[in-house]
Design a protein around this ligand. Structure first.
Ligand SMILES: NC(=O)c1ccc[n+]([C@@H]2O[C@H](COP(=O)([O-])OP(=O)(O)OC[C@H]3O[C@@H](n4cnc5c(N)ncnc54)[C@H](O)[C@@H]3O)[C@@H](O)[C@H]2O)c1
Ligand SMILES: [Zn+2]
Length: 352
């Protein structure tokens, strides 16, 4: 078991270990000490797999428990379900000193997090991520959100949890493709700041040491969040591969998964960086090899012109300027501000 302390505007531990769910109740008692009731927010798949373990543990710790179950999938992360959750919390007489437990992937974590940030102007939330993506990324750092019909993650809040419990055993039931999606984000952390992590992933592939990899990813994210909680500077490094990935996801009408799109995005920015001399050809080749080790794709199936048109609508564009995260070597990336024209010429060699 490993405990990683996050000291953002709020301090909280992230616990990473193999068998944590059965102790959820004790953890809630320790980290939300005034709680007399916990509201579990989860999806139907995860509820069937882990809901009982969590509820039994909460009851054993002497707390009341109630559960709100979402249909699984991104479509649930909407305004209607957000309001239904708030009404559910009110009907269950959840008070400001009680706790929410978000049990599931990034969808449950994001919508429950936003509900926790806003219900009674904020109540304690324990994040219990059960996908690799949620463990290495979405559960830590305090970004919460719902999607609007106009786009993804358009309403939300920065709201840090009271505790994060990453039970690595829950990954055993994850469908292979969902697991591999999360691996693209883990490789991202290696490229951003940790060559040893990168080499471990490249060598071991999907059989990597979970506690080590998840802990290192969380530590990297923690370091960036502590320097830049509100995403105005260095936290943007986490967007490595994401500008083009978001464009491809949109072009595919979201049939392309986020992790696969990120893998293609990372490979293209690495090829483009090698073409303009920011990183070596060897560095780009190692990045592509690592992605392939996981069976992740490394080329977009769209012409750059189509992607560019979609990128023009990226919410991260300020005026005519966009920030790109570019690798210099494995373990070191920079944020480069460029005009849209410069971005176009930077990426074009990667799409030949
Ligand atoms: N807040 C942030 O900082 C942040 C960062 C990255 C992504 N996100 C958000 O995260 C979401 C994606 O998260 P996700 O990929 O975890 O998706 P998800 O929550 O939809 O989970 C993927 C699928 O896996 C199933 N599942 C979850 N845990 C399981 C388990 N242990 N065993 C079997 N099945 C399981 C779920 O039911 C679901 O069908 C997106 O909405 C994205 O916007 C947020
Ligand atoms: Zn991502």
């Amino acid at each position: 078991m490993n405990v990683i302390d996050v000291n953002a505007s709020v301090s909280y531990p992230v616990v990473v270990g193999g068998c944590l769910l059965k102790d959820t109740g004790e953890y809630i008692r320790r980290f939300v000490p005034a709680a007399v009731k916990a509201a579990v927010i989860t999806d139907d798949t995860v509820d069937g797999l882990y809901g009982d373990t969590v509820r039994e543990s909460v009851r054993r710790a002497g707390l009341d428990v109630c559960t709100f179950v979402l249909p699984h999938g991104e479509a649930s992360k909407n305004g209607e379900n957000y309001l239904r959750i708030l009404s559910f919390l009110a009907a269950e007489h959840i008070t400001r000193s009680d706790a929410i437990a978000a049990l599931g992937g990034g969808v449950a974590g994001d919508i429950a997090g936003f509900a926790a940030a806003t219900y009674l102007r904020g109540i304690g939330i324990v994040q219990i991520p059960t996908t690799l993506l949620a463990q290495v990324d979405s559960s830590v750092g305090g970004k919460t959100a719902i999607d609007l019909p106009e786009g993804k993650n358009l309403a939300g809040a920065f709201y840090q949890p009271a505790l994060v419990l990453c039970d690595t055993g829950t990954l055993d039931t994850l469908p292979e493709e969902v697991f591999i999606d999360g691996c693209a984000e883990a490789i991202k952390y290696g490229i951003l700041g940790d060559e040893k992590l990168f080499e471990h992933l490249k060598e071991k592939g999907p059989g990597f040491d979970r506690e080590y990899v998840i802990s290192r990813c969380i530590e990297s994210k923690r370091d960036l969040v502590m320097q830049d909680e509100f995403d105005r500077g260095r936290r943007r490094l986490l967007n490595l591969g994401h500008t083009t990935a978001h464009a491809a996801e949109k072009l595919s009408d979201y049939s392309l998964s986020h992790g696969r799109a990120v893998a293609m995005g990372i490979a293209s920015v690495a090829r483009a960086a090698a073409a303009d001399g920011t990183c070596s050809a060897d560095c780009a080749a190692r990045i592509v090899d690592a992605l392939r080790r996981f069976g992740l794709p490394d080329r977009f199936g769209y012409p750059f012109g189509d992607m560019y048109r979609v990128m023009l609508c990226d919410k991260k564009i300020r005026g005519n300027v966009i920030s790109l995260v570019v690798p210099e070597e494995i373990g070191r990336c920079v944020i480069r501000k460029c005009t849209l024209e410069e971005m176009k010429s930077f990426f074009s060699p990667a799409f030949r």
